[in-house]
Design a protein around this ligand. Sequence first.
Ligand code: ZN
Length: 138
Amino acid sequence: MLTLSYPGIEVMKRICPNCEKETDVLEIKTKESIAVRNENIEVDVEYFKCTECGVSFENTRDYDALEVAYKKYRCRHDMLQPAEIIEWRKHYGLTQKELGQILSWGGATLNRYENGPLQSEAHEKSLRLAMIYRFKNR
Ligand SMILES: [Zn+2]
């Protein structure tokens, strides 16, 4: 068996969804530009390409390129990351529902932001203000 090996690409055994059996697939690591609010964010992406049928399919490992792009966007704009929101909320012993009520947000909004989607600028401001003023002296 011929084994290809060059930087960024590895050959491994995976179930190809097109061939519906285990084949040799190339694991390709590359960069992709994702547009987030009119900005292009470059993220690392990984996918598999079947050496038998040539079909590309997603790496099913726990990796979401869009989520990574959001994370980079937040860093670039100094916005709160989901983990920071969760940590802050838990620090004050608040449930998502309770904090949502303090912020006058709909019930699902905070839950969404804690799970990856990018917060709106208005919501980012509300969160920052709440962090600075509401709980300063607790
Ligand atoms: Zn295949």
